[in-house]
Design a binder for this molecule. Sequence first.
Ligand SMILES: Cc1cc2nc3c(=O)[nH]c(=O)nc-3n(C[C@H](O)[C@H](O)[C@H](O)COP(=O)(O)OP(=O)(O)OC[C@H]3O[C@@H](n4cnc5c(N)ncnc54)[C@H](O)[C@@H]3O)c2cc1C
Length: 336
Amino acid sequence: MPTKVENENRVFPTSDSSSSVLNVLMEYIKEGRVEVLTNSPVLEIKRAEEINEGSNTEGTKQIKSIILENGTEILAKSFIIATGGKSYPKTGSTGDGFVWLKKMGHNIIKPDSALVPLNIKNSWVKNLQGVTLPDIKISLYQDGKKIEAKRGKILFTHFGVSGPTVLNMSKKINELMPYGDVILSLDLLPEFDFSSLNTELQKLFKEHSNKKIKNSLGTLIGSALVPIVTELANVNGDTFNHSITRDERVRLMKVLKDVQMTVDSLLSPENAIVSSGGVDLKEVDFKTMSSKIFSNLYFTGDILNIDRPSGGFSLQICWTTGYVAGTWAVDESLTS
Ligand SMILES: Cc1cc2nc3c(=O)[nH]c(=O)nc-3n(C[C@H](O)[C@H](O)[C@H](O)COP(=O)(O)OP(=O)(O)OC[C@H]3O[C@@H](n4cnc5c(N)ncnc54)[C@H](O)[C@@H]3O)c2cc1C
């Protein structure tokens, strides 16, 4: 599939269409003569009778079959569970795999949202719906203490904020929420310190002295943010640049370096890009992606308890674990 590399080294199909990815996978499935059963939810996994090789040894645990919703039982030598996590259930990942595996004795770390957008309390955020700021610094505060800071992209939505940087902070925010207000501070111009920003603003106001602030600040921060910044700084946007006082300039600088938003809540797990939790990694053999409890059972992708940041790592985990599990599951079938 022809690809192109965009911002932050993110790789996309040249066609800009997700169906191009699907087509490649479907082609590969066809070449491998794989039979696909759609609209056939699996209801249950059945264990095989334990085989005892010696009176003192624990029996080898194996899976025998799966039962489909229509009652069909499918026997196989190897089984791969690829039912995903618990995010975006409308895509099919409703957490069924966790239920089966828990019942069969696997330890399942409780699924929780890991990468999830945020609802924001401040009403002005809604006025920025659809605006993306490609390079800002976001700092996380609780009780006046800075918890962490990240630089990157933020995306304003109808409910609050999203985008890779916010998603990557959401797990920490989820942990902090029970202990009090969580504040996000946006540094809109992270490349400037106060002194260089002061110089930059003075230059801007001098060069455009007969313009109003509201018509000139946009060159620095984008026009959508100007009314919000002037309001937060308590500066009248209709003021001509030649009339701005030192005090007003300092207030503007403070806001440009520290736009504060209070987190209201995280969006529900249904809206999480990825859920945390899943099969305890201690119970997985990473060389083969097989279960350490059931010798003919394999795992791939979001069913596993692997935390990762936004940025393509989730799909990479699926492809990699899928490749390893697929290779060994077939090997096992051929040799046993
Ligand atoms: C909106 C959104 C955007 C994302 N963007 C990115 C991105 O840009 N980059 C990135 O790396 N990751 C991204 N992710 C995450 C990535 O899509 C997932 O990590 C990945 O798809 C997980 O793959 P998986 O095979 O483990 O599970 P899934 O893709 O969730 O597939 C699980 C499958 O199992 C099926 N299933 C479940 N239960 C049953 C059952 N009982 N019987 C039969 N079938 C069942 C489901 O129908 C589904 O088809 C995004 C996720 C979302 C929701």
